[in-house]
Design a protein around this ligand. Sequence first.
Ligand SMILES: NC(=O)c1ccc[n+]([C@@H]2O[C@H](COP(=O)([O-])OP(=O)(O)OC[C@H]3O[C@@H](n4cnc5c(N)ncnc54)[C@H](OP(=O)(O)O)[C@@H]3O)[C@@H](O)[C@H]2O)c1
Length: 230
Amino acid sequence: MPIALITGASRGLGRAAARALAQRGWSLIVDARRADDLADAMRGLADVAAVPGDVTDPGHRAGLAAAVAGAGGLDLLVNNASRLGPSPQPLLRDYPLDELARVYDTNVLAPLALIQLLAAPLTAAAGTIVNVSSDAAVEAYPGWGGYGSAKAALDQLTAVLAAEEPSLRCYALDPGDMRTDLHQQAFPGEDISDRPEPETVVPALLRLIDERPPSGRYRASDLAMPAVAS
Ligand SMILES: NC(=O)c1ccc[n+]([C@@H]2O[C@H](COP(=O)([O-])OP(=O)(O)OC[C@H]3O[C@@H](n4cnc5c(N)ncnc54)[C@H](OP(=O)(O)O)[C@@H]3O)[C@@H](O)[C@H]2O)c1
């Protein structure tokens, strides 16, 4: 049975991905800061180890690594947990640097720290890393300089990692807009009911896992299209 670690699995895309993989028979290790929400989200799923905690906490990350060791390996790491930063998002000229450090800590340093901790089992499995990115990593939207530059750094980490680790598949996945808490936080007071549900992105994630295209940056909207015949 393949084994996956998904961060930020109590709601949104992480929850949708965890449910889909569990239904396919994967064994899961999941986290989120709020233990009750995580337990509620995983209720009814078989073979899930819920390890509540904050990905920026080295002690929690060590707990995740211990859970991976207990499971006997790791085929897939999904770095999904994310921090938007202040809401509404400030212009860069006003961006509080202590907040920026927290955004980078969650969106850049914690994913890399998990990759470092889990490199050995991932390599042993010739496994897959999916770092969840954003269009804000490549588009210059006013107000998105903190979160967007953190996701751009995550994209570049992913690209260099792919060059350094040819035995792994390393993906940055841009999911596109989704109707989630993080998105509502980015658009405070706005009606976001026209945005697609996070479940709509799961087929793109599954396609990366199943088809294992070359490492790189992928948009979920492109992966939703049929494969181009060669
Ligand atoms: N929604 C969008 O439109 C959109 C667009 C582009 C990219 N993305 C990306 O898609 C991914 C999923 O976002 P989402 O919209 O599904 O978010 P979401 O619904 O707000 O869910 C975020 C999840 O991450 C957990 N989390 C947050 N900070 C954490 C931390 N420090 N440690 C551990 N868990 C943490 C949350 O639980 P707790 O709060 O209990 O910790 C929750 O389970 C993120 O990487 C995001 O940047 C989203």
